[in-house]
Unconditional design. Sequence first.
Length: 229
Amino acid sequence: MSQVKKYKAEVISVLNPIENIYTVEFRSLFGRFKYLPGQFLHLALEEYDPSFGWPESRCFSMQSSPSMETISITYSVKGRFTSLMSSKLMIGSIVDLKLPFGELFQQDHSRDNVVFIAGGTGITPFLSAFTDPSFLKYNFPRLYIGFRMKDFNIYEKYFEEIRIVNPTIIIKVQYQDVEGILDIESIFKESKLSDTYFISGPQIMISTFRQYLLQQGILKNNIFSDDWA
């Protein structure tokens, strides 16, 4: 696993495609970012001073492929820290990042018949794997992704890129205002007991889906989740 390092980084892009949802892109000022697909970072808004230790920070999944020179994150404004981010992070802003953390895709798992389930911005850790050349090693993966409504689907360009990286992937998009929330029972009916599951999204969704799969006989070692937050 890559060694955790502190990076001074510059904001080079800020997108606000829908209300309270932001995508921010960072460029390292000293040395290339080093991380693996599915890992996450700590972002601090106050300048890091070794004399006082690491300042207040929050965790965010990196949605960009490690093969890229920049890192992108997407976040929703939900509390004080993310509210500060929305007002402070602009093109040219300098921030401190600490990374990488986590081992979502580095854990031992099959690359055959893998089911990925994501709720909203929970897709971000998956994107770093899906857009990386190593994703070609997965055979016939399936992605189930749910959004509140179509306006919240800001990832269409990524879906096109994913299909280029791995043409065997099946992507099923569901909009809550039209078809209801993602239904783990329906997803399970389209799967097999030997399938591997990755789940990312709201904590209640992760817990509920994991419990259902365990009750159906899916082995605990075949269920992985991005639930560090």
